[in-house]
Write a new protein. Structure first.
Length: 156
């Protein structure tokens, strides 16, 4: 099975954390460059440091919920603590796509419900999987990336 994963960090040595997290993932068949992006915050939230973001394509026999559990375990090992939505974090790992499947449970929605609005996801994903089609929107990642403002996404 093939998955697209988003990686992000804005606390600690983000680049080292992201590289180490990549090493913990099952068969990485492609990975993007790292991109510096502004943090998405809730209204009236304190400012946060910029993020480093990237994407990877994995091949694994894990089912979606099993992969989610593994990603959350890796996040915890890198000190991720979930206080509130969009908090600063040492590591954030999200499943974006799973083959051409739509998968929905209470705890996991694939494709990721907000990926098509996020330049910090689409720009790195388009670098490594431009032709992968979003199974609900029936558009390629490259097409989706054209419709978001990527001006705040800077390749390192």
């Amino acid at each position: 099975m093939k998955y697209a994963i988003a990686l992000g960090s804005n606390l600690g040595d983000s680049q080292a954390i992201l590289e180490s997290a990549l090493g913990r993932l099952e068969t990485v068949i492609a990975r993007s460059s790292w991109y510096q992006t502004k943090a998405v915050t809730l209204p009236n939230s304190p400012p946060q440091p910029d993020y480093l973001n990237g994407c990877a394509i994995l091949e694994t026999a894990l089912e979606p919920l099993d992969l989610l559990a593994k990603l959350q375990q890796i996040e915890a090992e890198f000190g991720r603590i979930r206080h509130q939505k969009w908090d600063a974090r040492t590591l954030d790992l999200d499943i974006l796509l799973f083959d051409d499947v739509v998968f929905q449970t209470k705890t996991l929605c694939i494709p990721h419900p907000r990926m098509s609005d996020r330049a910090f996801v689409l720009v790195p994903l388009a670098e490594i999987a431009p032709d992968w089609r979003h199974p609900q929107l029936n558009r390629s990642i490259a097409e989706l990336a054209q419709f978001v403002d990527g001006s705040g996404v800077r390749k390192l």
